[in-house]
Write a protein that binds this ligand. Structure first.
Ligand SMILES: Nc1ncnc2c1ncn2[C@@H]1O[C@H](COP(=O)(O)OP(=O)(O)OP(=O)(O)O)[C@@H](O)[C@H]1O
Ligand SMILES: [Mg+2]
Length: 252
């Protein structure tokens, strides 16, 4: 494996098999241990969803995987081509949509790649729009295009649909599945929506007390119906792992 070492953070040049390896990854803030020696292997192309109560360290883990936080102990391996998107689209307000997508991309093909990515998220006609004229769902599509245009081997999504209305959310879930079926990145998505997790995941992880307390593969065929008994059964398992027993309530 051709790998570059940056401190305790080893990044492979190309996607590796498995795509992501965590080896005793820990992160503390002051004397509070948030991540407590996480070990994990994620296969190339796997769609992993992480759930957990608020404050259990999901965003902390994603930031480490994105290379945005070097203050951890342990080691991890991840593809060098990584993109991250957040709950809020984080568009640059003084740049139009296309330059927001191509921000930081160099080379003659950047514009064409940006257009293609926007086409793929259904915003091919909004290239020259300003961010403040977009709906919440459109802005999040732009954020997704910005993540996908880098052709990531690892796509990191931190509650990407958390701020969207229920209908837009379903559309965005479908769009994400289409993009993933086409480009096959390895995905790590964080959500509080257990049903969303079961609909999307190849594998569900629940983070609690600094460790993964549930690691469950979801082999149900796609597309999955939220009303399907198998989906509801797995949803109930996850809620139980989260310590939530009320049938329809979701964790905070
Ligand atoms: N830079 C920081 N300095 C101090 N404490 C931090 C810092 N970043 C995160 N924390 C703390 O670490 C814990 C985990 O934070 P994190 O944002 O990873 O939680 P989370 O699981 O993503 O929560 P949520 O579901 O609410 O987004 C929280 O208690 C948070 O206050
Ligand atoms: Mg978070």
């Amino acid at each position: 494996m051709e790998a570059v070492s940056i401190d305790n953070h080893v990044v492979d040049r190309r996607a590796i098999d498995p795509a992501v390896v965590l080896d005793g990854v820990s992160r503390s803030f002051g004397d509070r241990v948030i991540l407590d020696g996480l070990d994990l292997m994620i296969d190339e192309g796997e769609f992993v969803v992480i759930l957990g109560h608020s404050g259990t360290g999901k965003s902390t883990l994603l930031r480490i995987l994105a290379g945005l936080d070097q203050e951890f102990s342990g080691r991890f391996l991840a593809p060098s081509q990584r993109s991250i998107a957040f709950q809020e689209p984080r568009l640059v307000p003084w740049r139009r949509v296309l330059p927001n997508v191509t921000l930081g991309l160099n080379g003659d093909t950047a514009q064409a790649l940006g257009r293609e990515a926007l086409d793929e998220v259904g915003l091919g006609t909004h290239l020259r729009a300003w961010p403040n004229t977009l709906s919440g769902g459109e802005a999040q599509r732009v954020a997704l295009a910005r993540a996908m245009v880098r052709m990531p081997d690892l796509l990191l999504l931190d509650e990407p649909f958390g701020a969207l209305d229920a209908l837009t959310r379903v559309q965005m879930q479908e769009l994400l599945m289409e993009l993933c079926a086409k480009h096959r990145p390895t995905v790590v998505l964080v959500t509080h929506d257990v049903e969303e997790a079961v609909l999307l995941a190849d594998r569900l992880l629940v983070l609690d007390g600094g460790r993964f307390i549930l690691d469950q593969r979801v082999t149900l065929p796609r597309p999955r119906l939220r009303t399907a008994p198998d989906v509801q059964r797995i949803r109930a398992d996850v809620l139980r792992a989260l310590g939530v027993f009320d049938e329809r309530s979701e964790p905070s």
